[in-house]
Design a protein around this ligand. Structure first.
Ligand code: ADP
Ligand code: MG
Length: 334
């Protein structure tokens, strides 16, 4: 730490900060050695395999400090990686957190960020077992790795969709993209609409029920828009798909906000970003069981389309006419 940091953070120093983080961490029996040694030591449950996923969140690329309060930024930083483990039908168990901290970040910011991160962790029985802390000369960088576990035959991949399967999605789509658009244009946005963007909830319970019951043939979390993300399932399963846009589930706040529009901005729902809902495919004989699973978890699931044998993903209206898609999922390199 250099002297340009706030005095509280500079006094605390790197090791003081790590101790402060480790003092707030909850743990469980699988963690033999957590924060404080050169590496963490954990045990994997008998018969299970290890799953690992990592994500970077860069200030002004993935979030803005002026829009995202530190508490919800901390929650989301972990939620997005937990969501990846959930999308594999697996149990998130352990996390690593690496921070590059710019000199204008206050200790209060870090405390609030950590409160959010650790609240998300304990809500999902995830233990923070380590990480790295360094200074940044520019933006705040957050890198999170989550590890999970699952029995071999319960892990759900992107590659298992079969022509004729239903395509399902949990919750609602489009809030995050609409919320972001409104923030970017400087409009006031309701808190309900912003929850999807600033504080997404990883769909762990329903993912686990689906995996346990063997109901999902393929699954992915929606982080780049349903068209792009279902497109990954299609590609890796060697299938295509029709997405029925009139069936796409919209939240009450999305409907309320767009009520006066001449057309529903479906491109936001199809190609907008980070809803962190689950998109999965399943055999049509399992419809009732799937609805039951979702009910048990207190969430909605909606059938939004069908897996086809021809390649390519089409967005279609109820009458079969194709919806003209204007943009692809958020692409960092465009
Ligand atoms: P090393 O120099 O061996 O990499 P560090 O000083 O970076 O060790 O880390 C000391 C301990 O603190 C390690 O257990 C590491 O995993 C943990 N740690 C460092 N930064 C963080 C962080 N931001 N969150 C959680 N644990 C951290
Ligand atoms: Mg280190």
């Amino acid at each position: 730490m250099t002297h340009s940091y706030s005095s509280a953070l500079a006094t605390l120093g790197e090791f003081g900060l790590i101790s402060r983080i480790s003092a707030a961490v909850f743990t469980h029996g699988s963690v033999i050695t957590g924060i404080g040694d050169d590496a963490a030591v954990t045990t994997i449950s008998k018969g299970m395999q290890l799953l690992t996923s990592t994500d970077m969140l860069l200030e002004d690329v993935h979030f803005r400090r002026s829009w995202h309060d530190p508490y919800r930024l901390g929650r989301k930083s972990l939620a997005v990686s937990i969501s990846d483990i959930a999308a594999m039908g697996s149990l998130p168990r352990w996390a690593l957190l690496s921070l590059a901290i710019p000199s204008d970040l206050s200790l209060d910011f870090i405390d609030d960020f950590m409160r959010g991160f650790l609240a998300m962790a304990s809500e999902n029985q995830v233990v923070l077992i380590g990480g790295d802390t360094c200074s940044s000369r520019s933006a705040l960088v957050v890198s999170v790795t989550v590890m999970g576990e699952q029995y071999t035959d319960r892990i759900v991949r992107r590659s298992g969709a079969v022509p004729g399967d239903d395509i399902w999605v949990t919750g609602t789509l489009g809030d995050a993209a609409l919320g972001l658009k409104l923030l970017e244009s400087g409009e006031t946005v309701s808190n309900e609409l912003l929850t999807g963007l600033l504080d997404p909830e990883p769909r762990v319970p329903v993912a686990l029920l689906l995996a346990e019951a063997g109901l999902a043939t393929a699954m992915i979390d929606v982080s780049d828009g349903i068209l792009a993300d279902y497109g990954h399932i299609a590609e890796q399963s060697g299938v295509g798909g029709s997405i029925h846009i009139d069936n796409l589930p919209l939240s009450a706040s999305f409907k309320q906000y767009t009520a006066g529009f001449s057309v529903i901005p479906y491109q936001l729902v199809l190609s907008g970003g980070e809803d962190y809902e689950l998109c999965f495919t399943a055999h049509s004989t399992n419809r009732e069981k799937i609805v039951d699973c979702a009910k048990k978890c207190g969430i909605d699931v909606t059938r939004i389309g069908i897996v086809t044998s021809c390649s390519g993903v089409a967005a279609v209206h109820r009458d079969g006419s194709s919806y003209i898609v204007q943009t692809d999922g958020f692409n960092h390199f465009k």
